[in-house]
Design a protein around this ligand. Structure first.
Ligand SMILES: [Cu+2]
Length: 278
C-alpha cells in the first residue's frame, strides 16, 4: 500500500515543481488577476479553459507571434470581474520571476471585446525596475479616469523588457468599471513592437542609461476614440496619428488588424502551446 502512495506523491511533487518552474520565469500581471492565472484569490478559468501555467511568458518576440494580445480572447465570467469606480487607482501587481532589467510598459482599456484599445498609462524605462528588496511589494498605480463610462472592460498590460530576447508581454484582466452612463474615451492606441515581422516596430535592448531605447516610437501611436453607449458597449473610431508615422511604423496595420478582428480567432489553439521562451 505504501508504494502506490509514494508514486502518487512523487508524481504530484514533480508536477508541482514543473508548475513552479514555468511560472517563476519572466513576469506577468498578478493584480488585477491576469486571465487564467492560478494564484490564490484569482477566479477559476471559464468552463472549458485551464489555468495558464505559463502566465508570465511573453506572447512573442521580434521573430514571431506565439500568442495573441491578452494570450486568450475568452474572458473570465462576468461574475468574476473586479469592480472599480471611475477615478479609482488600481494598484497593479506583478508575478515577477525575471524582470529583465525593467523596461517600457503600457496599460490600455477595451470596451469592445479587445477590438479597440486606448492607452491609459505609459512608463518609459522605469517599469518593473525592481531589486530583490523591493520586488515583493512592488506596485504600479494605474488610475482610471473619473470620466470613464460604465462597462465591462478588458484591462491590458504590455511590457517591452530592457534586457534579453526582444519580447512582448501581454496579460489582461477582466474588470467592470462603474462610471458615466455612456460617453467616450480618447487617447492613443498601444505601441505594438517586437511581435513578429508583421509589426516592424523594433525596440532593441537598453541595459545602460545611454542606450537607445526606442522610446521615440511611443510618439507615433495613433489617436483613437472609443465611444461607449449607455449600455456599456463600446464602439470606436481610429483617428489620425498623433504625429506622422515614420518608416517602419506599424500603427496603421495595427489599427486595421484590430478592426477586422482577424488576429484573434487563433487564441484557443495557441494558448496551450507556448514553451519557447522560458
Ligand atoms: Cu522572461
Amino acid at each position: 500500500m505504501i508504494l502506490p502512495t509514494t508514486i502518487l506523491l512523487t508524481t504530484l511533487a514533480v508536477y508541482l515543481l514543473a508548475l513552479t518552474t514555468t511560472t517563476t520565469a519572466h513576469t506577468g500581471l498578478a493584480y488585477p488577476c491576469g486571465r487564467y492565472q492560478g494564484a490564490v484569490g484569482c477566479p477559476a478559468p471559464p468552463p472549458g479553459q485551464v489555468v495558464d501555467v505559463d502566465i508570465n511568458a511573453p506572447i512573442g518576440t521580434n521573430l514571431g507571434i506565439n500568442q495573441q494580445l491578452c494570450k486568450t480572447s475568452i474572458p473570465y465570467p462576468f461574475s468574476s470581474r473586479t469592480v472599480y469606480r471611475a477615478g479609482d487607482t488600481i494598484q497593479t501587481a506583478y508575478s515577477i520571476g525575471s524582470a529583465h532589467g525593467g523596461g517600457h510598459c503600457q496599460w490600455a482599456l477595451s470596451y469592445d471585446g479587445e477590438k479597440t484599445w486606448v492607452v491609459i498609462k505609459t512608463m518609459i524605462r522605469t517599469c518593473l525596475q525592481v531589486t530583490p528588496e523591493t520586488q515583493a511589494n512592488y506596485r504600479i498605480p494605474v488610475q482610471l479616469s473619473k470620466d470613464l463610462p460604465s462597462g465591462n472592460v478588458t484591462f491590458m498590460w504590455l511590457w517591452y523588457n530592457a534586457i534579453g530576447q526582444r519580447e512582448l508581454y501581454s496579460n489582461c484582466a477582466d474588470i467592470r468599471v462603474e462610471g458615466r452612463d455612456g460617453g467616450s474615451v480618447k487617447g492613443l492606441e498601444p505601441l505594438i513592437a517586437n511581435y513578429g515581422p508583421g509589426y516592424p516596430a523594433f525596440i532593441n535592448e537598453f541595459p545602460y542609461a545611454t542606450d537607445p531605447d526606442g522610446s521615440e516610437l511611443f510618439a507615433t501611436r495613433s489617436a483613437v476614440t472609443i465611444r461607449v453607449r449607455g449600455s456599456g458597449v463600446g464602439t470606436s473610431e481610429t483617428g489620425s496619428g498623433a504625429t506622422s508615422a515614420p518608416t517602419g511604423s506599424n500603427q496603421s496595420s495595427f489599427g486595421s488588424r484590430i478592426a477586422s478582428g482577424s488576429l484573434f480567432p487563433l487564441s484557443v489553439a495557441l494558448a496551450s502551446s507556448f514553451y519557447l521562451f522560458n
